[in-house]
Design a protein around this ligand. Structure first.
Ligand SMILES: Cc1ncc(COP(=O)(O)O)c(C=O)c1O
Length: 458
């Protein structure tokens, strides 16, 4: 028998060979093969909503597997896909009445971009081909979605792709580190108006779509735009005949306390992409939801259109899982709970900020809460990237039995460390308290180990 000396998994993450072996999960906790327990403060990277180890989902998988494993959608649809489409459309904002299923966030955004291109092409506007995105956004890891992403981390590792595609980007609505040095409301939403200027510069007849996460997730750690931001974006998109894609890979299906993150503003998008919360991590599936005005253009097409031809798109088992997850969410009122528990967690983290000057900003909606770390709470000055604050927090958190995830780059250049906390919606108040106390311990240890000097005075 072969002796396993190292992993044969092709994983380019530097820490892969020191990874723990995850054994099982239960509720908000996971256990490794040595029996160590971890509080999953990130819901397996902002995915898990209903918690680990829910028996109803295991039963749904088994039942669908016994019934039908797979058939291609060129000839067949299936009951779980049809029922899931009904449920998703019921949850979606008004005027959005069709949904296509894919396998991931990246493929959802690929499909949304393709829908936007075809929408314009079918109307004779063949030059409309560019997609505008934002710095600090993350949209996936296929070639096109890397091109759309504005995350400094992704851009740094994929420069040739970004150079080849050259998708235009605008500044994010990050009031805490305003890219213009302005303050809301006297800024008059300069960050939203930059979209109009960029469309003009790129030439309106070449721009197909604008893609944005309603609340910027992993790459910005819950950056919430100010009031009026998306209403302004919507008007600009309408004026220039540009489709607005609300990228809800993280915020879709309840994570912010509403069905979709964009519902915190009065703006109906043309396309929504959503994945993670749809199946709570029990199966890979994503959704692309389209507005009537888009769908009607496709209805008028006389030829077959090649769109979302991924073999496993709308896989019956994934659809059955998603259906069972959404049923579970509805039965246990988990979206409402996510809103109330999110408020509780945010309040506790704000109290922690008062005790711990390393935390500059606590932000977010529902159970999508971000923390940004600074040298000085008054000036918001970030730490230099060379200190690797985010990575040290993640590593120390893990040693303390707390799973955390963060990025950097929300300050200037690569500086600006932050983490995104997104536990399962079923987390309890006492588990939130445990999360905060483990985080407090972690931050103290990080400060000690890196000899950080943090001040609260100017
Ligand atoms: C906001 C956002 N968009 C897109 C993606 C890509 O999704 P996937 O990894 O399923 O392709 C992610 C993944 O974390 C994400 O956070």
């Amino acid at each position: 028998m072969m002796k396993k000396v190292e992993s044969h998994v092709f994983n380019t993450a530097r820490w892969h060979n020191t990874c723990k072996v995850a054994e099982y999960g239960e509720g908000a906790y996971v256990y490794d093969s040595e029996g160590k327990c971890y509080l999953d403060a990130i819901g397996g990277t902002h995915v898990i909503s209903i918690g680990h180890g829910v028996p109803e989902i295991a039963e749904a998988i088994a039942e669908q597997t016994r019934k039908l494993c797979f058939l291609h959608k060129a000839q067949f649809t299936c009951e779980p896909q049809e029922k899931l489409a009904d449920t998703v459309v019921e949850m979606a904002p008004e005027e959005m009445d069709r949904v296509g299923f894919v396998t991931s966030g990246s493929t959802a955004n690929e499909m949304a971009y393709q829908v936007a291109l075809l929408y314009h092409q079918l109307r004779g506007k063949v030059r409309k081909s560019k997609i505008i995105s934002r710095w600090h956004g993350y949209h996936g890891h296929t070639v096109a979605t890397i091109g759309m992403s504005g995350s400094m981390f992704v851009k740094g590792s994929n420069l040739p792709i970004c150079e080849a595609l050259k998708f235009p980007r605008i500044q994010p609505p990050h009031c805490y580190q305003c890219p213009y040095g302005l303050t809301y409301p006297s800024c008059e939403l300069a960050c939203a108006k930059e979209l109009a200027r960029t469309i003009e510069q790129e030439k309106p007849d070449t721009v197909a779509a604008f893609i944005a996460e309603p609340i910027i997730g992993g790459a910005g750690s819950a950056i919430v735009p100010p009031p009026g931001y998306y209403e302004t974006i919507r008007k600009i998109c309408d004026f220039y005949d540009v489709l607005f894609i609300s990228e809800e890979v993280l915020t879709g299906f309840g994570r912010t306390g509403k069905n979709f993150g964009i519902q915190h503003w009065k703006a109906i998008p043309d396309i929504i992409t959503a994945t993670k919360g749809l199946s709570s991590g029990y199966a890979p599936i994503g959704a692309v939801i389209v507005r009537q005005k888009v769908r009607e253009i496709f209805d008028r097409a006389t030829e077959n259109i090649a769109l979302s031809l991924f073999t496993y798109a709308g896989h019956p088992i994934s659809c059955a899982v998603a259906l069972a997850v959404l049923k579970y969410i509805s039965k246990h009122n988990l979206i409402e709970r996510c809103g109330t528990m999110g408020k509780y967690l945010k309040t506790q983290l704000q109290k922690l900020r008062e005790r711990e000057p390393l935390i500059g900003n606590v932000r977010g909606e529902g159970l999508l809460v971000g923390l940004e770390f600074v040298q000085n709470q008054d000036t918001h000055k970030p730490f230099p990237r060379s200190l690797h604050i985010t990575e040290t927090i993640m590593k120390t958190g893990l040693e303390n039995g707390l799973i955390l995830r963060g990025r950097f780059g929300t300050g200037t250049g690569l500086d600006g460390d932050h983490i995104l906390i997104s536990p399962p919606f079923i987390i309890t108040e006492s588990e939130c308290d445990e999360l905060v106390s483990k985080l407090e311990l972690t931050l103290k240890q990080v400060k000690q180990s890196l000899n950080l000097v943090v001040c609260t005075q100017l």
